[in-house]
Design a protein around this ligand. Structure first.
Ligand code: PRX
Length: 656
């Protein structure tokens, strides 16, 4: 059992935390689960501006999958995140853009933001985008991406942001699935001094086949020359200059969609997770306030990408709904040098800093001098998200970045949960390295026995993690595929929401997340499905079968190992083929999905009925060759020696 870290002194004063003792947290949490309707109705009135009040706080259940919150209520996300602050604090900085080059800093006030959002909302209206229409946003980490998201919500349109690391093929699939007519993009992206041909990727995606896109809005970022398609492509700046800087908001029902976000599941096709407006916005704001102990003078920075859920909830919706100053970071942790994060904290006097374990591990490796030379005394809360954080990285973060005076919040959640569901509260929760600790308000986590689904009571238990009651920010459906929503989350353990993660509740009741128990791989916090990578590999005409599994990696947490068999006629040079296969995955999904190792093998381990035994492959890549387990159901046990030999040969080649 790991050691317990008390709440640092620094957190208890100046400013005083919202929740200052563990007992206070427990009392409030109990109230939130005993009387969720009262608890969240009160919060919804306090945090959000409603154009029309709601009557019914919560309805529906997990068995029928008809969950709804704040029925009859109407509101607008853009009004809540921009207008009301633009009226109250027009000159307050809403967004600090820390450009790829550290010298490029832009500050946008709430008043500026309102005008920019209004202009683009009017541009969208002029293109006939209306309430309920889906708009694809494929953009680098620039304020215009946030403006585009808010402009959609202003007129009730539904944005679907696609992470700009996805390839043209992946982008095309998402454009087709959500039937978008308009794509918003930029000429180029910039990351770590390198340029990304964003517009060219959009063009490539749109040239792939049939889709509904008839307009592409292009924001000028680097100013490079890009090809503009006549009658389809429009320059953002030209349209925006011409548009009126005020646009009325369209109130939508609390249960109307706010956005779609595609994420990987256990099949090859990504699913469009759909979040609705009222419940999502409420918990985005509440979690920023309580989990980051956000106070009005704070400067809050989350280094995630806007293309993932963390960017949606913790760069944009949560902070802006509270009227905060949020930092948008365009670069990488090591550009131009490994002090980048810490220089940024120092420069803007950041009070809350939220990043991923992979970044923490990478910086830890590069040595303490990069962090030691920066003044980090403004920090109060430092957060981690996306994958389990190993205790060594946790301690380094706590000691070197937080100077043992900041709260480390290891926040557990998912695209589908919309906001953080398990996390410490900075002023209240004693922490343990590697533990996400305790549930947020309204969340009732349970640990289930994986095969029987029986609830494992008490402490000192390990199983799969589920949640037993609906909460406001949970995803409501999978776009155009409610069956898949039910099948993935609500059917595996009837009456519960199934997270897909394994978890342990230790003897003190602390929750530790043990990682995915389904076919999802988490590489540097990027979520990928094994089936998706396998489908990409077999697109290569030489490949007969592919099996992808997760290995462990010191830096990226998990990594991708792919085993392929070839068609009998294939005579390609194996070295060349491996390169082609890596390229194939990069092209089909995106560069971040690159396998760490590809093994071309004679056969895959299979049962007599032909099912691939991935557990055998997992043991091989994780060097547990003596723990392969029961092989009696295998069609050919002899294949194991061949696979181990291939694995060893691969590693020997790497070492050479
Ligand atoms: O496995 C869990 C892991 O990330 C998955 C969700 O991925 P995604 O939907 O892309 O959202 C990432 C950002 C919220 C989870 O099922 N995960 C997320 N946070 C943690 C985590 N694993 C361990 N500890 C965490 N704090």
């Amino acid at each position: 059992m790991s050691e317990l870290y008390p709440v640092p002194e620094r957190l208890l004063k100046d400013p005083k935390p919202y929740i200052a003792t563990f007992d206070e947290y427990k009392k409030l949490w109990q109230e939130s689960v005993d009387k969720p309707a009262e608890f969240f109705a009160k919060a919804a009135k306090e945090y959000l501006h409603w154009d029309k009040p709601f009557q019914t706080t919560m309805a529906g259940d997990f068995l029928s999958g008809n969950i709804a919150w704040f029925l009859e209520g109407e509101l607008n996300a853009s009004y809540n995140c921009v207008d009301r602050h633009a009226f109250a604090t027009p000159d307050k900085v809403a967004i600090i853009h820390e450009g790829d080059d550290p010298k490029d800093v832009r500050k946008i006030t709430y008043n500026d933001l309102l005008q920019q959002v209004c202009r683009i909302a009017n541009v969208l209206k002029s293109l006939d985008v209306r309430k309920g229409d889906n708009v694809i946003i494929y953009m680098p980490m620039i304020p215009e991406a946030m403006v585009a998201m808010l402009a959609c919500t202003r007129i009730g349109a539904v944005h679907s942001v696609v992470f700009a690391g996805f390839s043209a093929d992946s982008l095309y699939d998402r454009i087709v699935d959500c039937e978008a007519r308009v794509v918003i993009t930029a000429d180029e992206g910039k990351r770590g001094g390198k340029f990304v041909a964003t517009k060219r990727i959009v063009d490539e995606a749109l040239s792939k086949g049939i889709h509904a896109v008839d307009r592409v809005i292009v924001c000028k970022h680097t100013g490079t020359d890009v090809a503009m398609t006549l009658n389809r492509d429009l320059w953002w700046h030209e349209q925006s200059e011409n548009a009126r800087p005020f646009c009325p908001t369209v109130p939508v029902n609390a249960e109307d969609p706010l956005f779609l976000l595609y994420t990987s599941g256990s099949t090859g096709t990504p699913k469009g997770v759909l979040h609705t407006t009222g419940g999502y916005l409420l918990e985005a704001a509440m979690t920023v306030k309580y989990i980051f102990d956000y106070h009005p003078e704070d400067i809050y920075a989350c280094t995630a990408d806007l293309g993932w859920i963390t960017g949606h909830t913790y760069i944009l919706y949560g902070p802006l709904c509270l009227g905060a100053t949020t930092v948008l970071f365009e670069s990488t942790p090591t550009y131009p040098d490994p002090s980048r994060f810490w220089n940024m904290v120092d420069k803007h006097k950041v009070t809350q800093f939220y990043t991923a374990p992979t970044a923490i591990r990478a910086l830890q490796r590069l040595g303490d001098e990069w962090v030691e030379k920066c003044d980090l005394s403004s920090l109060r809360v430092i957060g981690s998200v996306g994958e389990p954080i190993n205790p060594e990285a946790w301690k380094w973060y706590y000691e070197k970045v937080g100077h043992s005076q900041c709260a480390v919040v290891d926040t557990y959640w998912q695209t589908e949960t919309g906001s953080i569901v398990i996390s410490p509260l900075p002023g209240a929760t004693p922490t343990k390295p590697g533990s996400a600790t305790f549930p947020f308000f309204g969340i009732q986590p349970v640990i289930l026995e994986p095969t029987t689904g029986e609830v494992l009571q008490g402490n000192g238990v390990t199983g799969v993690l589920a949640i037993s009651k609906p909460w406001p920010s949970m995803a409501r459906t999978v776009y155009n595929n409610h069956y898949r929503y039910m099948d993935t989350y609500l059917k595996p353990y009837p009456g519960y929401y199934f997270t897909g993660d394994g978890a342990t509740r230790d003897n003190d009741g602390y929750i530790f997340i043990n990682g995915r128990v389904d076919d999802v791989i988490n590489v540097s916090g990027h979520r990928l499905s094994t089936a998706e990578i396998e489908s990409a590999l077999i697109l290569n005409s030489d490949v007969s079968e592919a099996a992808v599994i997760a290995g462990f990696d010191d830096l990226t947490g998990q990594c991708i190992h792919a085993f392929c068999t070839l068609k009998p006629s294939v005579t390609s040079d194996p070295e060349q083929l491996m390169k082609e296969l890596v390229l194939q995955v990069r092209k089909t999904i995106g560069p971040f999905a690159k396998p760490k190792a590809i093994y071309v093998v004679m056969d895959l381990p299979k049962t007599r009925s032909g099912k691939i035994l991935r557990r055998v492959l997992r043991k091989i890549v994780n060097n547990e060759h003596d723990q392969i387990g029961d092989t009696s159901t295998m069609a050919d046990e002899g294949i194991i020696h061949h696979l181990i030999a291939m694995f060893n040969r691969h590693n020997a080649n790497i070492r050479k």
